[in-house]
Structures are given as structure tokens and as C-alpha cells.
Design a protein around this ligand. Structure first.
Ligand code: GTP
Ligand code: MG
Length: 283
């Protein structure tokens, strides 16, 4: 079936580790084996069994105490160190019989936007035969505000272009959003799942300074022209929601093609998105 994986990225506190825990638990319940790899050298608490832990190689405290880095510099140093000792990671992940790995990453988004380490690590996994999807987790609290949502889109797009992996964006904490709206998914959420940036612009126009409006309008036009970003909502209390997110990612990396898994419904946009990204990344 081949080696597969998910690289779980996104801003600090967006729900990456909770996502890994949720997918691990869901897969266990289905009798399916996945292994979670912790790539956060500053992580302290885990609610999933950690199969491989970067902290066995290096901890952020080591870099801070010994080399006097601050927390962010320490993190970058740890990732560089991991890359320089990639044979450690290769050995650590080499023992699994079932090769579906989920990489829980740190929340410093510069790691996926302009610092090349994570991309280089993905290159190493590619050479080992892994097909990896990037899963960009973003807090659904962002979606109540079109301006914040637009900026989240740009962060997401930047990570997509930098990593050049099959990509799925997940809106996390939808259970909280529902609790805030009487137990139902709020209607406005629909506007953000397959966003029409130009329509969102209309919503923003009344509240926005005219100076920034034209810039944001131009960005909305860009996002609209390329239809690059769409989001999957994740309610971790809802099995169907977890299943939909997982099967979409499985489809993106062709996991289970030998098992004849069904194409998830409404996946056309994601497939187009992969084609568009592949076309863009060709020299
Ligand atoms: N109710 C609810 N809480 C969530 C969900 N996802 C994350 N949280 C909470 O949000 C906080 C941050 O979640 P984490 O999973 O640690 O976020 P993270 O992205 O791994 O954070 P960093 O690794 O520090 O960047 C925790 O208190 C979680 O319990 C969710 O889907 N539902
Ligand atoms: Mg985390």
C-alpha cells in the first residue's frame, strides 16, 4: 500500500496536537494503525501515545540552556539539529510494520513559511518512499471575522507553496463554535468552507478603512482567481466529521487505494487544487 503520512501544521494553539490525538483515537477504534511522531521539541504533555519523539534527540530547553537561545531561536536550532541528524529520524520510523505516520509539528509558522527545514525533512521522507499530505489546522474562531479569515488564507497559501505537498486545510474547534450558537453549526460557517473571497469582501467593506480596502480587495481577487484554499470543518465530538476529514486526506495521498476506498463526496475542489498546485510547482 506504500508509506503514507500527514504533516500537521498551523499556528500556535490552533489544535494540532488535539487533531493528532483525535485521528489516532478514531483510527484505533476502527482497528487501523497510525503512529504519531512528535516534532515539537518544546512539547510537554501528550494525549496520544508518542511513537517517535524529537525530544529523545534534542529538547528546546537544551538549546536554550546550553546555547543561550530564546524559545524561537531554540526551536529553529532544534529543527536544524534534527535535519543534520536525519538518520536518527530515519532509524526511529524505520521499524514500523504499518507505515502511516502523523507528524505533530510546533506552532511557529515560520517553520513552514520561509525557513526551509520542514521542507527539507519532507524531502527526506519522500526519498524514503513516503507520500505526505500537509494538514493545515486553523482555529474556527477565525471565521467569525472576514479580515482575520483572509489573513489566515494567506498564511495557509504560503505554507502550501513552500511545502509543495498535497494539502488539506482543517477548521478546528467547530464543537466550540456550535456550543456558542445553540448547538448548531452557525450559518455563516458555510461562507468560509469554500470561501468566495469577493463575497467576503462585500461583508468587510462597511467596517474597513478605505486605505486598506483596496489592498484587501486585490488579495481577495487573487485568492478567488486561483481558488487555492478551501476548508474542512472538524468537530472532534462528531464521528462523521472526523471520518470525512480523514477520508479526504486519505484520498489526497491515495491511502487505501488497494482497499478500494471510496472517493469522499464533494472532493472535486480538493482534486482540482492538487492539479493546480502541481502545475504551479512545475519548473
Ligand atoms: N473543544 C475543543 N478544544 C480544542 C480543540 N482543539 C484544540 N482544543 C483546545 O485548544 C487548546 C490548544 O490545543 P492544542 O491541540 O494543544 O493546540 P496546538 O496547535 O497543538 O498548540 P501548540 O502545539 O502549542 O502550537 C487546548 O486547550 C485544547 O484542548 C477542539 O477541536 N475542540
Ligand atoms: Mg501541539
Amino acid at each position: 500500500m506504500g508509506k503514507k503520512g500527514q504533516l500537521v501544521i498551523g499556528p500556535a494553539g490552533s489544535g494540532k496536537s488535539t487533531y493528532c490525538e483525535t485521528i489516532h483515537r478514531y483510527c484505533s477504534e476502527q482497528g487501523r494503525t497510525v503512529h504519531v511522531v512528535n516534532l515539537d521539541p518544546a512539547a510537554e504533555v501528550f494525549n496520544y501515545p508518542v511513537a517517535v519523539d524529537i525530544r529523545d534527540l534534542i529538547k528546546v530547553d537544551d538549546a536554550m540552556d546550553v546555547l543561550h537561545f530564546g524559545p524561537n531561536g531554540g526551536l529553529i536550532y532544534c529543527m536544524e539539529y534534527l535535519l543534520a541528524h536525519s538518520e536518527w529520524l530515519e532509524d526511529a520510523i524505520g521499524d514500523f510494520d504499518d507505515d502511516y505516520l502523523i507528524f505533530d509539528c510546533p506552532g511557529q509558522i515560520e517553520l513552514y513559511m520561509h525557513v526551509p527545514m520542514v521542507k527539507a525533512l519532507m524531502g527526506m521522507l519522500d526519498r524514503l518512499g513516503y507520500t505526505i499530505a500537509s494538514v493545515y489546522v486553523i482555529d474556527s474562531q477565525f471565521v467569525s471575522d472576514p479580515a482575520k479569515f483572509m489573513s489566515a488564507n494567506l498564511m495557509c497559501l504560503s505554507a502550501m507553496l513552500q511545502l509543495e505537498l498535497p494539502h488539506v486545510s482543517v477548521l478546528s474547534k467547530v464543537d466550540i463554535l456550535k456550543a456558542q450558537h445553540g448547538g448548531e453549526e452557525p450559518e455563516f460557517l458555510e461562507d468560509f468552507l469554500s470561501p468566495d473571497p469577493l463575497r467576503l469582501m462585500q461583508k468587510m467593506s462597511s467596517s474597513m478603512d478605505s486605505k486598506f480596502y483596496s489592498l484587501t480587495d486585490a488579495i481577495a481577487g487573487l485568492l478567488d482567481n486561483f481558488s487555492m484554499v478551501s476548508f474542512l470543518p472538524l468537530d472532534i465530538t462528531d464521528q462523521d466529521s472526523i471520518d470525512y476529514v480523514l477520508s479526504t486526506i486519505d484520498y489526497a495521498i491515495q491511502y487505501g487505494e488497494d482497499l478500494e476506498l471510496n472517493e469522499p463526496a464533494e472532493l472535486e475542489d480538493e482534486v482540482d487544487l492538487q492539479d493546480a498546485l502541481a502545475a504551479w510547482s512545475r519548473p
